[in-house]
Design a protein. Structure first.
Length: 225
């Protein structure tokens, strides 16, 4: 059974999609997508040998070698033009790493119409990248599993303009304000206040002062939202 986190990612993959799952580890997500008849076929990419071998093994065990190709490659280098990938999933990494993967091989996104991204932290980096690269947020979900809070971002081609609060918090998530969302940002505010406390006990430098004020700005912005 798939985790609730990956099941949420899967729920946004359009039926009939040709999927590239980058950083696939055990290839659980592409196996699920093909088994359920959601994905027509898939590529599972892994840059590390151990997880790559786990993916190969899993795909073989599930008898899906004709529908899922596992490739050892850095990020979107796992995608070939003839794959005609229509949807890309990248889950379980930090937002900035996801962005660096998207930026490194932009030509791999040529046939792609949907990105389903699940950053563990710093979703903000993805929203900034999306705004600058012609992608718009179609949907956003926040969920909790085993005490951890995850965000899932669904992007389609299009223009989008977000203000600072929307970039940090997520335009859709801000509208719905589900309990997990409130919990996440209360935790974040508490963290920032701890950092501020530490700064105020440390030596007074211009850098520290600036950091303190930046945190005050963030805390105020989140509280207002
Ligand atoms: N996507 C799976 C999930 O969400 O459960 C696995 C997440 S796992 C925490 C992150 C995986 O991404 C690791 O297996 C790691 O080897 C892989 N990874 C990290 N950077 C990568 C890159 N540049 N290209 C391909 N895979 C990468």
């Amino acid at each position: 059974k798939l985790s609730k986190r990956l099941e949420t990612v899967a729920s946004f993959v359009p039926t009939g999609a040709i999927v590239a799952d980058i950083g696939s580890d055990h290839a659980y997500l592409p196996c699920y997508l093909v088994h359920k008849g959601i994905a027509a076929r898939a590529v599972a990419g892994e840059v590390v040998k151990g997880p790559y071998e786990s993916a190969v093994k899993q795909v073989r065990t599930e008898g899906l070698t004709d529908k899922i190709t596992v490739r050892m490659a850095d990020g979107l280098a796992a995608v070939e033009e003839t794959d005609e990938i229509t949807a890309v999933t990248i889950a379980g990494m930090g937002g900035p790493l996801i962005v660096s993967i998207l930026e490194k091989h932009p030509q791999a996104l040529k046939s792609v119409t949907r990105l389903i991204l699940q950053p563990n932290i710093h979703a903000k980096a993805i929203r900034e990248w999306a705004m600058e690269n012609g992608w718009a947020i179609q949907d956003e979900v926040i969920l909790e599993e085993d005490g951890k809070i995850y965000e899932v971002l669904v992007l389609q081609r299009g223009e989008m303009k977000l203000n600072e609060a929307q970039t940090l918090l997520g335009p859709k998530l801000m509208e719905t304000k589900v309990p997990v969302f409130i919990e996440k940002w209360l935790r974040e505010i508490a963290n920032w206040q701890r950092v501020q406390q530490a700064i105020s006990e440390a030596e007074k430098t211009p850098d520290n002062q600036e950091k303190y004020e930046q945190l005050t700005h963030y805390i105020k912005m989140v509280q207002e939202a």
